[in-house]
Design a protein around this ligand. Structure first.
Ligand SMILES: [Zn+2]
Length: 353
């Protein structure tokens, strides 16, 4: 059955950090009028049948014939309620926030991922131009509110055409094909084409660091945060942490996943600064604690284990984006929208990895 093939490919990409971090991304297959789409809170790498929600495609189409509120929160609530009602009887899972987009793409299989290499283009100043040049058969969509708004925009832009690739600015890529082999061929083409266009790759090789400074900062952060704190450094991280100017390209959020898992921005602490004090000031100022703390000329501290891979992803994206006009963060407005977005909060809470 097609779902078995989808599970197989979901697990394969899900286990490969070049494609998927922390189980992010989602996949779907359409068969006999039913959309099987990844449920929120399931990791692709370990997904099985229970990780997919079955939805009625003709009911989902009905959503496009309804009018929704102009207010962001009201509209998302209304659409979510309608989407829940599109599930087949007995379904308890919550469909991915991008289920609507999966439903409208005219392909049997859809695999949506956020690979760092791809985000080197989607989070770059000249990303749109590079996408047009490298992938003339792709659709580019500028930064847009996720969920209903994004699906509606893509639906309008497609105008009945079938784009095998959709590059979403500051987010990732949707790939569609009628066979799994087709999906794999497109991903191979995307990754090798981008890689061949790079002027530079991140240098994640290790280096010496001051172990006693790291252990005292780790202890202090564990005390103020009440959580386990991890440390990492490498050549690339160190060069971004050389000074406040060098830090700029990794100082904000590239995509919604970065906000959800690593916080909306890292805390910067100058060399010799009081890390505990800076942590408390950040929390007072922003109403939420920092998840990533960057200490000048030393390395990065992660409160809990999830933020760290997302920050290293930020570093990789910043480097890749140099090949496409330099890094471009999400807008302040969109960052604020995601920070308060209930659906994303839900996902962060139920994430199983
Ligand atoms: Zn996504």
């Amino acid at each position: 059955m097609s779902l078995d093939r989808l599970i197989e490919v979901s697990r394969r990409y899900g286990a490969d950090s070049a494609y998927v971090l922390l189980g992010g991304g989602n996949t779907s297959v359409k068969e006999d009028g039913v959309l099987y789409v990844k449920a929120s809170g399931h990791a692709l790498g370990s997904i099985d049948e229970g990780g997919f929600v079955r939805m009625d495609l003709s009911k989902l189409d009905g959503i496009w014939h309804k009018a929704y509120s102009d207010d962001d929160q009201e509209r998302e609530d209304e659409v979510l309620a309608d989407m829940m009602a599109c599930r087949l009887e007995g379904e308890t899972g919550r469909p991915s926030v991008e289920a609507l987009l999966h439903a409208i793409l005219p392909f049997t299989f859809v695999v949506h991922l956020h690979p760092a290499l791809v985000n080197g283009i989607t989070c770059a100043c000249k990303g749109e131009e590079a996408t047009g040049r490298l992938f003339p058969d792709a659709l580019w969509v500028e930064l847009i509110k996720p969920g209903f708004t994004l699906a509606k925009t893509v639906r309008d832009r497609m105008g009945g055409a079938a784009y095998p690739m959709i590059f979403l600015e500051n987010h990732g890529i949707f790939v569609g094909a009628d066979t799994i082999e087709g999906i794999e061929a497109i991903y191979d083409r995307v990754m090798t084409t981008i890689e061949a266009s790079l002027v530079r790759k991140p240098d994640f090789s290790g280096l010496e660091y001051d172990h006693s400074a790291v252990s005292s900062i780790t202890q202090e952060l564990e005390q103020v945060s009440g959580q386990q704190v991890l440390f990492a450094t490498n050549n690339e991280v160190r060069s971004f942490l050389a000074n406040a100017g060098a830090f700029e390209p990794v100082s904000s959020s590239f995509t919604p996943d970065h906000i959800v898992y690593a916080g909306f921005k890292p805390l910067w602490v100058a060399a010799g600064g009081d890390v505990g004090h800076a942590y408390r000031v950040f929390e007072q100022e922003h109403g939420e604690a920092a998840k990533i703390i960057c200490v000048q000329q030393l390395g990065v501290f992660s409160v809990g284990e999830k933020p760290l891979p997302l920050f290293l992803d930020t570093v990789a994206i910043a480097v890749y984006s140099e090949s496409f006009g330099g890094p471009k963060f999400m807008t302040r407005e969109m960052i604020d929208f995601i920070r308060t977005w209930e659906v994303e909060r839900y996902r962060a809470q139920v994430a199983t990895v």
